[in-house]
Design a binder for this molecule. Structure first.
Ligand code: MP5
Length: 217
């Protein structure tokens, strides 16, 4: 079994909590409150903005055959930000003067620190786990959401065929990087995998409960 399959099995309890999270099931069933979805939109807009410098940091560390795919991923994120702005306009959600929630702030710091401090394989682990979590999460939503929902373009973005192909590509590459890593590095990659899965769960929980800071809201 490859590294990714092994890790997905290891973190399965967390992964199950992600995929059964009420944010996803309520979005799927069309019962999500507009303000709750708006919280996710504002916070994820900031997260995607931060993912651009994260990917940029990886480029100088990347093997040559990863440079073009990483560049393409950055271009895809720019398009994704456009999708957020377009949907926000449709839904009347204000994306101006927004601040990261506590959980989002922590996740963004973790993302950028991983980009700067970890080995390429370590940072790539964070990338794969976050993308895989979004793919699996939006597949849950796709199972029942009304295709006329104003949120459907987000479903198409992360649960469509193009993104599925991207996640499969990342999986193959991460398995290869893990094969090439030594035992110590591979164990650290496993920690980063688990931590990213926990952040993904925390992100849905934050979206469902509001984007405040402890003690302030
Ligand atoms: C992704 C995301 C997917 N947009 N937000 C979170 C919290 N996790 C993962 O990443 P991308 O870069 O939008 O495909």
């Amino acid at each position: 079994m490859g590294f990714c399959a092994t890790q997905l099995e290891r973190v399965q309890p967390t992964w199950d909590r992600i995929l059964t999270h009420r944010f996803l099931t309520e979005t799927r069933d069309g019962t999500i409150a507009d303000e709750t979805f708006a919280t996710w939109m504002r916070q994820d807009y900031l997260f995607v903005e931060a993912a651009i410098p994260f990917l940029s940091i990886l480029i100088p560390k990347a093997p040559q055959d990863h440079v073009e795919p990483l560049t393409q991923s950055i271009a895809a994120l720019q398009k994704e930000l456009e999708l957020f702005r377009e949907r926000a306009a449709v839904a009347g959600v204000d994306l101006e003067s927004i601040e990261p929630s506590f959980v989002n702030h922590a996740y963004i710091q973790f993302l950028l620190a991983s980009g700067y401090r970890e080995s390429y394989a370590g940072a790539y682990t964070v990338l794969y786990t976050a993308e895989k979590a979004y793919y699996d999460s939006w597949r849950v939503v796709k199972e029942g959401i009304d295709p006329d929902s104003i949120w459907y373009p987000f479903v198409e973005n992360w649960a469509g065929e193009a993104f599925a192909g991207y996640v499969t590509y990342l999986e193959g590459q991460l398995d290869r990087l893990a094969d090439e890593a030594g035992a110590t590095e591979r164990a650290h990659m496993a920690e980063l995998f688990e931590l990213t899965a926990k952040y993904e769960l925390a992100f849905w929980e934050m979206a469902a409960t509001g984007g405040g800071w402890p003690g302030l809201t």
